[in-house]
Design a protein around this ligand. Structure first.
Ligand code: ASP
Length: 435
């Protein structure tokens, strides 16, 4: 009796879309952390487990889906796709910094605050040549084992295209069958990975509660209040960028679809990004949303999403604009137009070389401040609230990756707007528990 009641509660619980359950866990965890304070940080390992479970899936998903995509990718298509994806990624990142600077100039966060004696951590600027050379792995197995996304993409794309060429040119039927087996294995492997993603998301309800409890348990309200204006400025700038560029410009004007359908399609990934503040860690969920909800073909998303998690960071770039204004206000100087252009250039270039992991935006800030001749202490000053700011940045990064991927998929006829969340009645929308 009791067990059947428990089972019916469990079924009811599971029938609620995962994104809402995680959303509630996010809010309750934050509240719990604020009320309980420091002891709540003991929950951190439960949150780390969620992040680790997602990280475990990154390389296998990239390898399987890229091989699937390679079935349909000719070298010339790949070249075209590459130029489109990288080109639009760069444009949206530059717009993001401009919006960050614009909103920063309007609100002027940082005036009236005093820069304490915070320790500055500084970083070396990534050398562009090194970044480019690093795309070619010396040893592909080592690249995969280390979780290096760009070299893994490079090798798997080459391998996938070589398989296709072998299939076209050989007379031996056993080799052709072998190639097909490779593709079939990749397809089955990708499906299996997506199954695991949704299983991991079930655990995410606990994981996200723990992550948020630990963050707020550590920071507490007192630490946050002085930075309220900075947080507000970033939140407004991020909202403006998503609304104007991702939804208005890309989805409505260029793609010609509903922004609500787009957001519904990507919501699991957006909430995950907000919770774990890592574009790379969110990648399995982003790919799953692109595949199952936004109905994008794998030949596009298997390439553009892992690439985007590394080279396209609208939120991170935008933050550089906001933080530059904040830093200038802290020390009481005005940034001229030339200096603001410097911020755009440094932020866009630095976001190409930086990895989509927690805290990247804070490290990048050292480069921007150095370029502007502003004190590096600002980095230490804002480090305490970065775990909050980072969430907004990462969510924006993911929204940008998905919007650009949808656009490029449309240009290449590789998206089905009659299914998934695009369909008027939401038929085909996938959530956990659907089988
Ligand atoms: N955490 C962000 C990401 O993974 C990068 C950042 O720190 O802004 O996308």
């Amino acid at each position: 009796m009791a067990s059947s009641t428990a089972a019916s509660y469990w079924r009811r619980y599971r029938s609620i879309p995962i994104v809402y359950r995680i959303g509630v866990a996010f809010l309750l965890g934050s509240l719990f952390g604020l009320v309980v304070g420091t002891p709540a940080t003991r929950l951190q390992p439960l949150g780390d487990l969620f992040v680790q479970l997602l990280s475990m899936l990154i390389i296998p998903i990239i390898v399987f889906t890229l091989l699937m995509g390679a079935r349909r990718l000719s070298p010339s298509n790949l070249g075209k796709l590459g130029v489109q994806v990288v080109g639009v990624y760069m444009i949206t990142s530059a717009l993001a910094v401009a919006i960050g600077l614009g909103v920063g100039n309007l609100i002027n966060p940082g005036t009236g605050l005093e820069l304490g004696n915070a320790e500055a951590q500084s970083a070396e600027a990534p050398d562009l040549l090194e970044v480019l050379l690093g795309i070619v792995p010396e040893n592909p197995i080592a690249a995969m084992a280390n979780g290096d996304v760009l070299p893994t993409i490079f090798f798997v794309v080459l391998f996938g295209i070589a398989l296709a060429l072998v299939e076209q040119s050989t007379d031996a039927s056993d080799i052709r069958a072998g190639v097909e087996t490779f593709y079939d294995l990749a397809e089955a492997g990708a499906e299996a990975m997506f199954k695991i993603v949704w299983g991991v998301m079930e655990y995410g309800v606990v994981g996200v509660f723990a992550l948020m409890a630990a963050v707020f348990g550590e920071a507490g309200v007192d630490a946050i209040v002085p930075f309220a204006l900075l947080i507000l400025t970033l939140a407004l700038a991020v909202a403006a960028h998503i609304a104007l560029v991702h939804l208005g410009g890309i989805i409505v004007l260029l793609v010609g679809e509903s922004p609500v359908d787009f957001l519904r399609g990507g919501r699991d990934a957006l909430v995950t990004a907000l919770s774990i503040r890592s574009s790379s860690g969110t990648l399995p969920v982003t790919m799953s949303d692109a595949d199952e909800n936004l109905r994008i073909e794998e030949e596009v998303y298997s390439f553009s999403l892992p690439l985007g998690a590394t080279i396209n960071m609208d939120g991170t770039a935008l933050y550089q604009g906001v933080a530059a204004i904040f830093a200038a206000n802290l020390v009481g100087v005005q940034l001229g137009l030339g200096e603001q252009f410097t911020v755009v250039a440094v932020a866009v270039l630095a976001s190409v070389g930086a990895a989509g992991v927690p805290g990247t935006g804070l490290i990048m800030l050292t480069l921007v401040l150095t370029q502007l001749g502003l004190p590096l202490e600002v980095v230490g000053f804002v480090a305490g609230v970065d775990p909050l700011l980072d969430r907004l940045r990462t969510m924006t990064n993911i929204s940008g990756d998905l919007a650009v991927t949808t656009l490029v998929a449309k240009w290449n006829d590789a998206v089905d707007f009659s299914g998934g969340t695009w369909a008027a009645d939401g038929r085909g929308e996938v959530s956990v528990g659907d089988d």
